[in-house]
Ligand binder design. Structure first.
Ligand code: AMP
Length: 475
């Protein structure tokens, strides 16, 4: 997504380029089109997310050219610093437009502010107390306001501004567009929003230490050597057999781990790419573009490479390995469930990651439920590691085709379930290959590692493993 995709005028695109912004932030992607469409917006975003450009850019576009003396846009902010900052941004973003921005706040002489209002402006940015003073003196005229922005609404209420805000709202024309920004939603904020906004578009970006409310978070207990097999199963069947995944962003801890997993998934028939700090910018951009276009189903990323990733309608995020820093989990899962959509975050948790999970839950003040690990197959790949090599062995001692890695995967009881003794692909296997040609396990590498059954007959290439409570890794 580029700024030019958001429907902004060339003058504004030029200003954005002058600022050195390459891509819009998530709040900008969501808010700019909504504001341009004239909708009221309720945005859950705090300072630092790029929210100022999210409302200033489209409002500059809607305003067109300078007109009259009374402001048509009013932005209310809780502090002078924020007011000054927004005014500066509005001037920067409007550098190639002929619009006037003024800022008024308390603690400084009124005189220059009064003079400025008398000259006139299109955009007025103000703190509530000083604005009310100037309204009562008849200097500030709010009768022409068509767009009202209430910034940092939660902070406004914390600072006791509810009465001044209500008074100011009463001075505004009934017919207007309303935008409200708040990092948190208390009862008071909800009430204010319900009185102020008409059929608002909700815009949400994940903030530090809070979890995107719409992300359905689940965890599987799984031995680390079995994670990739479970991941292939999830790609092919979904979390609870709801159907195949078409796309997932998968986080690993290391660059090497990202490369290896991408290759392993690829050899299991899942189109994959890795992005991390060692990849060239070109390769990262290409991988991301392929992922966004749906040419790549699994994008395996490290933490650093994931910063700023904005992928529309991303249905799932997988924590293949949990991050060491709990806030990174929040950031990771915030990649999904954007723009009002729902999303799922799946964590594959090995026993040595239990304490990381506890830290994450503590940070989020929320528990992440474990759900039963489904039966999954150990599928050989052409990316070999020690446990996979053992898969090529033919064990004639009643242990036919059972991969040793699988024995450690936590199912000593049910490990022979799903083995097709005729040596033909099992029904489940056939249905997978029929339904998902793009994820077919019939790769060359898979053939090459195909286990051999007794008498030299080809053994089924895949086995099902179902976890039993008894054999699950203890936490
Ligand atoms: P805000 O949340 O509006 O206070 O913005 C936080 C910081 O992000 C400011 O320094 C902006 O200049 C910067 N910023 C806003 N939008 C972008 C963008 N699309 N790309 C890079 N930086 C941005």
């Amino acid at each position: 997504m580029n700024f030019s995709d958001l429907g902004l005028q060339p003058e504004l695109l030029r200003a954005v380029a002058d600022k050195g912004y390459d891509i819009p932030t998530p709040i900008q992607v969501q808010a700019i089109p909504a504001v341009l469409a004239g909708r009221d917006v309720l945005a859950g975003a705090q300072t630092g997310t790029g929210k100022t450009a999210g409302f200033v850019l489209p409002l500059l576009q809607i305003l067109g050219i300078a007109q009259g003396r009374a402001p048509r846009v009013l932005v209310l902010t809780p502090t002078r610093e924020l007011a000054a900052q927004i005014a500066e941004s509005a001037r920067d973003y409007g550098a190639h437009k002929n619009l006037r921005t003024r800022v008024i706040f308390g603690g400084v002489s009124e005189r220059p502010q009064i003079d400025g209002l008398r000259i006139g402006c299109d955009i007025l940015i103000a703190t509530p107390g000083r604005l009310l003073d100037l309204c009562q003196q008849g200097v500030a005229d709010l009768s022409q306001v068509q767009h009202f922005v209430l910034d940092e609404a939660d902070r406004m209420l914390d600072m006791g501004f509810i009465q001044p805000i209500k008074k100011i709202i009463r001075l505004l024309p009934q017919q207007r567009q309303n935008l409200m920004f708040s990092a948190t939603y208390s009862e008071d904020i909800r009430e204010l929003a319900s009185r102020m906004l008409r059929n608002p578009v909700s815009v949400e970006v994940a903030a530090r230490n809070t979890t995107a409310e719409r992300v359905d978070q689940v965890a599987f207990r799984i031995h680390k050597d079995s994670k990739r097999h479970l991941l292939v199963h999830l790609f092919q069947n979904g979390v609870s057999d709801e159907g195949p995944w078409y796309q997932a962003l998968i986080f690993t801890r290391t660059k090497h781990g990202a490369n290896r997993l991408a290759q392993q998934l690829e050899s299991a028939g899942i189109k994959s790419a890795a992005i991390h700090g060692n990849k060239s910018q070109g390769a990262r951009v290409r991988a991301l573009a392929d992922f966004k276009e749906g040419k790549v189903a699994a994008l395996v990323a490290t933490e650093v490479a994931s910063r700023g990733l904005d992928i529309k309608e991303l249905p799932q995020v997988v924590n293949y390995e949990l991050p060491n820093v709990p806030e990174d989990y929040v950031h990771r899962i915030g990649r999904t469930a954007r723009a009002g959509a729902t999303g799922r975050a799946v964590s594959l948790v090995a026993s040595d990651e239990a304490s990381l999970l506890r830290d994450i839950e503590r940070t989020m003040r929320q528990s992440i439920p474990f759900i039963p690990t489904p039966e999954f197959k150990i599928v050989a790949s052409n990316v070999t590691e020690a446990p996979e090599r053992s898969f090529q062995r033919v064990d004639r001692g009643g242990n036919r085709g059972r991969p040793r890695a699988g024995a450690r995967d936590g199912n000593r009881n049910g490990s022979s379930r799903g083995i097709n003794r005729s040596g033909q692909p099992s029904a489940q296997y056939r249905s997978n290959t029929t339904n998902r040609p793009s994820a077919s396990p019939h790769s060359q590498g898979d053939q090459a590692l195909r286990p051999v059954g007794p008498g030299g007959r080809p053994e089924s290439r895949s086995q099902s493993f179902g976890p039993s409570r008894r054999s699950r890794t203890a936490f």
